[in-house]
Ligand binder design. Structure first.
Ligand code: FAD
Length: 622
């Protein structure tokens, strides 16, 4: 049967990518359908119940700046918040929250259910409706046909998902959920390049059976940071403690003794796992000289005794997992509530995508999330928002949008994927961004909210809050710039204990704030305290002033490269006829089919000389 309503956008999959995609499309005014296996698992965290961290919180703040849900759900579900790298430079500072997985999921579901233009339907999608390389809709497992102008696929780890515990394996999307086998098969019949990746999760532990005496406690920051630009500290639920324990030599012996029954070490698993989130057996094998590895013990929520032992992801057989767990301090009598496991799944070569995340082969079909070779909720959500927005733009006959590498980590993520592809699960790091100082988490709203508003992603309330903050920043800069301190004055005396040398002449407070020995608090102290300035505003003023020189330098570099960013390369460009290009470079260009000259220059192995040749050929073509 064909469903009576024609949608603008269909999103398949209600994970982190799918929920942001559906919300983005609906916010932009498109009639949107979210089709997912199970409404109860909307926004489910398959692994660690934590959001943010280095590189990842930058993505969360960008999603938030564009009106997305992840940061708000984190503020509503977060049970421990910390700022990582707090003493380092602002470019690498990152917010991380441990979340109550039930509260987080409930927050996402509430946001989805209250979103105008969005319908949700529970059913497995078994196939896409495609005609003449144009997507027209999706078919569910009971033969229901849903039609739409564009479709966003966000099937996560479910396509051909295979779960491994020791040498036992079975099909599954993640523990407790069915895989998407029919859809995986249909997609393999299409021209996409498909490969396998794997990821894993640790066993969970019953807190009632853990001896916490002597374990190191880890509390969140006080005051707790807030994830969303429009979030408030008083939205946070009760905050809890985490603990730290360690593996030991006995744990490592147990692991080594089980490697002959490990699916990874016996070749049963073929997919490559996340390098930066390795299993404990991988860590013990690769770092054989280390006698101990840290394990963070993180509560799964406020109303459960389950604990997540972060650091011992494993797919070893159950008996080895149990011995391993019980060899760890505090876990001597631990009861495991769920075994750890690895999962292998299909992913698609991301070089077959445009920067809008539309596939190059099927018009109107967008891919987002884990299926593009990434790992992590934040990476998935960021792609989801972008794909959802572009699916909506396409349905509205408008041009696609993708932020540049100097505008957003979302831009870095997408450009890395579509330019270089990936052979292992890709996760975000601040080191992946060449313009780190421009892409701070604190200024994500300044970089993106205006664009989000223009696209229709940002609602009136967020826009008003953003405009107010922007004005406050400007007012505060002016207040500092027009407040002067004379040498040998009472104000100068107040600053004297902090200054390296006494003031030689008069300075305004903005100039003084540039000095490394002074912080915003020191100079604000000299001002009329009837004006109250929020932390967000003072932080922004301080960073902009202190790093102005570096920021300017990065902006100059961006400007220099802008010409190449704006030089398009035709999709049908015949690289084989360019004289002087090596066959290797030609092949790389053919494999990637870059959209711009700048993207071509970022393909590993494409030299500056090759880029010059490309430019000359382009000019000749006219
Ligand atoms: P998912 O969150 O997987 O969501 C996919 C959604 O699509 C689900 O709701 C599913 O029901 C639905 N769906 C799929 N197929 C269909 C269909 N045919 N019809 C209808 N609905 C469908 N990330 C890390 O950063 N670190 C880790 O250590 C880590 N470990 C992990 C361990 C395991 C065991 C798993 C399963 C995942 C792990 N991840 C980890 C990855 C993290 O869970 C994903 O990166 C993230 O959830 C991806 O989001 P997504 O939206 O792309 O997909």
């Amino acid at each position: 049967m064909q469903y009576p309503q024609q949608f603008d956008v269909i999103v398949i999959g209600g994970g982190h990518a799918g929920t942001e995609a559906a919300l983005a499309s609906a916010r932009m005014g498109c009639a949107t359908l979210l089709l997912t296996h199970n409404i109860e698992t909307l926004g489910q965290m398959s692994c660690n119940p934590a959001i943010g961290g280095i590189g990842k919180s930058h993505l969360v703040k960008e999603i938030d700046a564009l009106g997305g849900a992840m940061a708000t759900a984190t503020d509503l579900g977060g049970i421990q918040f910390r700022v990582l790298n707090a003493r380092k430079g602002p470019a690498v500072r990152a917010t991380r929250a441990q979340a109550d997985r039930v509260l987080y999921k409930a927050a996402i579901r509430e946001i989805l259910e209250n979103q105008p233009n969005l319908s949700i339907f529970q059913q497995a999608v078994d196939d896409l409706i495609i005609d003449n390389d144009q997507v027209l809709g999706a078919i569910t497992n009971i033969g229901l046909r849903f039609m739409a102008k564009t479709v966003v696929l966000t099937a996560g780890t479910f396509l051909g998902g295979k779960i491994h515990i020791g040498l036992d394996n079975h099909s599954g999307g993640r523990a407790g959920d069915p895989p998407a086998l029919a859809l995986a098969q249909r997609l393999r019949e299409r021209p996409f390049r498909v490969d396998r990746l794997k990821t894993g999760t640790p066993p969970r532990i019953d807190a009632k059976t853990v001896n916490f005496d002597g374990l190191e406690q880890q509390w969140g920051d006080d005051p707790a940071p807030v994830m969303s630009f429009v979030g408030r500290r008083d939205q946070h639920p009760r905050q809890v403690c985490c603990w730290i324990t360690h593996t030991n030599e006995r744990s490592h012996d147990i692991i080594r003794s089980g490697l002959d029954r490990s699916p990874m070490y016996t070749g049963v698993i073929e997919g490559i796992g996340p390098r930066y989130c390795p299993s404990i057996e991988d860590k013990v094998h690769r770092f054989a000289d280390k006698t101990s590895h840290q394990v963070f013990i993180e509560p799964e929520g406020l109303n459960t005794h389950e604990l997540y032992p972060n650091g011992i992801s494993t797919s070893l057989p159950f008996d080895v997992q149990l011995d391993l767990v019980r060899s760890i301090k505090g876990f001597e009598n631990a009861h495991m509530t769920r075994p750890g496991y690895a999962i292998e799944y299909d992913f698609f070569e991301p070089r077959d995508l445009k920067s809008s995340l539309e596939t190059k082969f099927i018009d109107g079909l967008f891919f987002a999330g884990q299926i593009n070779g990434t790992t992590g909720y934040e990476e998935a959500a960021a792609q989801g928002l972008l794909a959802g927005a572009n699916a909506a733009l396409k349905a509205q006959d408008k041009d696609a949008w993708c932020p540049r590498r100097d505008e957003a980590y979302i831009g870095v993520l997408v450009d890395d994927l579509i330019t270089m592809g990936t052979k292992e699960p890709y996760r975000m790091f601040t080191s992946r961004a060449e313009y780190r100082l421009l892409l701070r988490e604190d200024n994500a709203d300044g970089r993106l909210t205006e664009k989000g508003r223009e696209l229709g992603l940002v609602d009136d309330q967020r826009w008003a809050a953003f405009c107010e903050k922007r004005e406050q920043i400007e007012r505060e800069r002016q207040r500092l710039a027009s407040s002067w301190v004379q040498p040998n004055s009472a104000a100068a005396d107040k600053l004297a204990p902090k200054l390296n040398k006494p003031l030689g002449h008069e300075y305004n407070l903005l100039e003084l704030l540039k000095r490394p020995e002074l912080g915003y608090g020191d100079v604000a102290h000299l001002l009329d305290d009837s004006v109250s300035v929020s932390e967000q505003v003072s932080e922004q003023v301080e960073i902009d002033v202190k790093y102005a020189g570096y920021i300017q330098r990065q902006n100059d570099e961006v400007e220099k490269l802008r010409r190449h960013e704006e030089t398009p390369l035709p999709v049908d460009f015949d690289y084989t006829v360019i004289e002087g290009l090596s066959n290797e470079v030609k092949q790389k260009l053919i494999d990637t089919r870059p959209q711009t000259l700048a993207q071509a220059s970022r393909i590993p192995g494409v030299t500056p000389a090759a880029v010059s040749l490309l430019l000359i050929t382009l000019k000749k073509r006219g």
